[in-house]
Design a protein around this ligand. Structure first.
Ligand code: MG
Length: 158
């Protein structure tokens, strides 16, 4: 089954920027109830989506103080546990990230490794793509960062 996820967060000066579980050096970071990791939020939604399990907001409401400042890796691990209960596992993960700055080339491999660890996948089954928004729209003006994710989920065998 295919799952798809999308997430966006506002950027503000002095906040921290964490993408795919990796701290990224930047004067601007995400404004969020959790750690604002759009990559892991999109991934969580893709995993939930593939299994027909709703969305991240249903499982981790931002009104719940339990999730304030939460490391988003927790969301992915929880989604993985739900998939496991359904006898499912991801086969691959593909992420597209759009942000105007900074360049995240040096962070791609650490993101792949981190997501691979969370999803019990070899790193070569995790792909990270990043692009600017060509200075267009809110991403192009540096007001936000967004991520899309698709994953293939299959019955776990053995
Ligand atoms: Mg989010």
């Amino acid at each position: 089954m295919i799952g798809f996820g999308f997430d966006v967060h506002r950027l503000a000066e002095g906040e921290s920027l964490i993408l795919g579980g990796i701290p990224v050096e930047s004067p601007f970071g995400t404004v969020a109830h959790s750690d604002g990791d759009v990559v892991l939020h999109a991934l969580t939604d893709a995993l939930l989506g593939a299994a027909g399990l709703g969305d991240i907001g249903e499982h981790f409401p931002d009104t719940d103080p339990q999730w304030r400042g939460a490391a988003s890796s927790q969301f992915v691990l929880h989604a993985m546990m739900l998939l496991n209960e359904e006898g499912l596992k991801p086969v691959n993960v593909d992420v597209a990230l759009t942000l105007e700055a900074p360049k995240i080339k040096q962070y791609k491999q650490p993101m792949r490794d981190h997501i691979a660890m969370l999803c019990s996948l070899p790193p070569e089954r995790v792909n990270i793509k990043a692009t600017t928004n060509e200075k267009l729209g809110y991403v192009g003006r540096g007001e936000g960062v967004q991520a899309y994710c698709v994953c293939d989920v299959q019955p776990a065998v053995g």
